[in-house]
Design a protein around this ligand. Structure first.
Ligand SMILES: Cc1ncc(COP(=O)(O)O)c(C=O)c1O
Length: 368
């Protein structure tokens, strides 16, 4: 929707994206991927909007990534040539729906069990479609993914024998690396060694993984250090957030998304209440710190957004650089933008002080 209003007229609380910053983020990552010969299949979990998915594809992304079948259904609207579901899809109901998606575009699923692969194979056979599979291994995060070595090779060999699914390659997610300081880079080097040993195992087993898919936003611009990696799936980079700033992967000026809120109370000295709480921001904390803050106030960096109820945000302004009154507006960079986006129906895209477009977050709340 094209609109004609000033940013200051947007009713609050609202999710607002600076289009210049978002476009710069998209271009920077597309260029990095191109320069390093990496396939880019961005995770849409951050924006959850077909409009942004389309822009990623127009910018050179080879396909899109989702976590949920419901998100895959939504992202068909961006007309990707290829959709990766980077989450184990378990159960008949979901698989029946996923096969409908697979009738409309190429679908690949990351799996870490023969159980999941068999179910997908059965569903694909019934629906008479073909589905790609990535065998997922754990590169240190300790979430999903089989252990590198024999269990991974065994899984890959079993997948290769199942009908209507084809083993396209490997997937991992370095979600345990939240910084690119010395320690973060040492952890990434450890991931690189794991990937190398996995690829050596596969050569010995005579399996050629066409795709080796990894990559997250904190490690984004160091992805080329992981030898053998040929696909990245960053999600957060489109908007970035305070966690990304703290990880060192971007600067504050690279945060495209802010929550615009209104000051609704200054009754208590040294404190203001804003009209956004956990229903606006989510309750996610910053990783690697006990610091209880829920975002960064652009208008007053020394103000401390320290507590939330559902509709109330508590901001300590005792040390703030600015005085605040009821009715003032503030812009806040959230800790975790993906979780915040999921709470909003729509996004206001601004350029300068004008709202240029408003788009829907069609993938919000798609839990199944
Ligand atoms: C499997 C998987 N791949 C890629 C991503 C994207 O990571 P980031 O948001 O750090 O870019 C995520 C994020 O949660 C993920 O779970």
């Amino acid at each position: 929707m094209i609109v004609n209003m000033f940013a200051s007229e947007i009713d609050t609380p609202a999710l607002v994206v600076d289009l210049n910053v978002m476009e710069r983020n998209l271009q920077r990552v597309a260029r990095y991927a191109r320069d390093h010969g990496l396939r880019l299949r961005p995770h849409t979990k951050t924006h959850k909007s077909t409009r942004i998915g389309r822009r990623q594809l127009e910018g050179g992304a080879a396909g899109l990534t989702v976590a949920k079948v419901g998100e895959a259904e939504v992202m068909l609207g961006a007309e990707p040539a290829d959709l990766l579901v980077a989450y184990p899809v378990i159960g008949r109901t979901k698989l029946t729906r996923l096969m409908e998606v697979a009738r409309r575009t190429r679908v690949t699923v990351a799996v870490d069990s023969l159980f999941a692969a068999r179910q997908i194979s059965d569903a694909a056979r019934e629906a008479e479609v073909d589905v790609g599979i990535l065998a997922e291994f754990d590169a240190g995060f300790g979430r999903v993914g089989v252990a590198p070595g024999e269990p991974l090779v065994a899984l890959a060999l079993s997948i290769a024998r199942l009908p209507r699914i084809s083993l396209e390659g490997l997937a991992f997610y370095p979600g345990h690396i939240k910084s690119t300081d010395e320690e973060g880079l040492a952890d990434l080097e450890q991931v690189a060694r794991i990937v190398e040993s996995v690829l050596a195992d596969f050569r010995r087993a005579d399996i050629e993984p066409r795709i080796v898919s990894g990559g997250s936003t904190p490690t984004l611009f160091h992805s080329h250090r992981v030898r053998g990696l040929n696909e990245i799936r960053p999600g957060t980079y489109v908007y970035n957030d305070l966690s990304t700033v703290r990880s060192g992967a971007c600067a504050l000026e690279d945060c495209a998304a802010t929550l615009h809120c209104t000051v609704v109370s200054t009754a208590r000295p040294g404190q203001m209440i804003i009209d956004g709480g956990s229903k606006t921001f989510s309750s996610d904390r910053l990783p690697n710190t006990a610091e209880p803050i829920f975002g960064y106030l652009m208008e007053a960096p020394a103000a401390r957004f320290f507590k939330m109820n559902e509709e109330h945000g508590y901001v300590d302004i005792s040390k703030a650089e600015t005085e605040f009154s009821v009715g003032d507006r503030v812009r806040i960079v959230p800790n975790h933008v993906c979780a915040a986006v999921n709470l909003h129906d729509q996004v206001y895209g601004i350029r300068g002080d004008r709202v240029e477009e408003v788009w829907q977050v069609e993938g919000r709340g798609k839990l199944q």
